[in-house]
Design a protein around this ligand. Sequence first.
Ligand code: XMP
Length: 478
Amino acid sequence: MRFLDGHAPHYDLTYDDVFIVPNRSAVTSRFDVDMATSDGTGTTIPLVVANMTAIAGKRMAETVARRGGLVVLPQDVPLDVAAQTIGYVKARHLVAETPVTLSANDVMAHAQALIPKRSHGYAVVLDGDEPIGLVARTAPGHEVDLFTDLASAAEPMPVVLPADTDPRVVFDALVDANADLAVLTHESGALAGVLGRLGALRAGIYRPNVDASGRLRVAAAVGINGDVLGKARGLVNAGADLLVVDTAHGHQEKMLTALAAIADADLGVPLAAGNVVSARGTLDLIDAGANIVKVGVGPGAMCTTRMMTGVGRPQFSAVAECAAVAREHGAAVWADGGIRHPRDVALAVAAGASNAMVGSWFAGTYESPGDLRTDASGEYKVSFGMASKRAVAARSSADAAYDRARKALFEEGISSSRIRIDPERPGVEDLIDHICSGVRSTATYTGASTLQELHDEVVLGVQSAAGFAEGRPLPGGW
Ligand code: XMP
């Protein structure tokens, strides 16, 4: 990474402050760019989903890992629930998506309530474990009898294929049948999953993030209070592939003690820890046993830390400084927070991050855990910060009323925010396509065929607010 005039300015930079200068390039196709990382996460695209309750659940974990990313389950999830989620993710098919399944006795109301939990827009009706029909999501304004049982409401399945069918063959079969969704079955006839046209296309573009046994990977977070080592051990025993030791102020003694205790236990998985924004903080976390340092204080969409405290640091410079130090010590950094455009992921990688951590942007997708709601402006989901009053109340629900009331006085996050479902990109995979298309293209503009080369080769400039504004399209025209 270098700046156009040879040196970075003497002040700190945000993603918006920076632009990338095109280099002479021999990379002709975006598909020639390998986006795999080498930080021990196994990610084949540089995306990790933040350990936030409104974002990182089992559907998100399954879907993102299938496309090569990694989801970190939040620290507030009780161990038994986290273990169940990890087991669920590990049991998922690498190609076929997991549909909503219902029985013939269920009613349409139930189906219509559940179908929006998936992007493909269908539920599969089962007899035992065998698929017998499909129910589609009804279009807004379309009248449907919500009390009809699914035995009568289910439609025939236009394409049924064996689970190991080449995704391209599935795609062609869907085109031939003019159908949206293929049902994939095991030899026994039991349902294996479903695949739409986009899913079949994506299966040929992305590589799932898999563990040594070929199962999807998932990570889990622990805090720094209570029996941290016990929880960490429990999560690893349940199959977590990576642990994140997480607290808002990662450069504190309690964090270093908790992290060192987990590192000393040698649980056999990579350890990420944070959050910090300085070289000193990065070094201390690496010394305490972190393989990956999570960088970012206050850039997140749900964060009020900078406004409440004045503490934080513009994210591009924080990532660049921490990544440089981490690399010298054989460690990596994740750029955590403030990712709002595909360019931000490209700039995080340019600054030296192995992965960008995304939270709120992915809250507004069908795969996030919240229920889909609708208002006059369209569909949305509710998100909240992990240091918000709402999250703190949930975390301290077992405390005495007095202690809960005391904790509620301290909040550094937004408790309720409507995150719109973008009708153009309602599913998390649509956002992943959008981001990856941008980052692949950044690599070809810089002449890089890997993310390491992108970091090594990138030439950056600093722009004014007008420079940034100039780059924004005008989709509405004049
Ligand atoms: P985005 O911008 O993707 O950022 O939503 C995700 C990151 O934001 C952090 N986070 C918080 N920071 N108060 C904060 O100051 C909060 O309530 C809060 N909740 C999440 C966290 O690092 C996450 O990964």
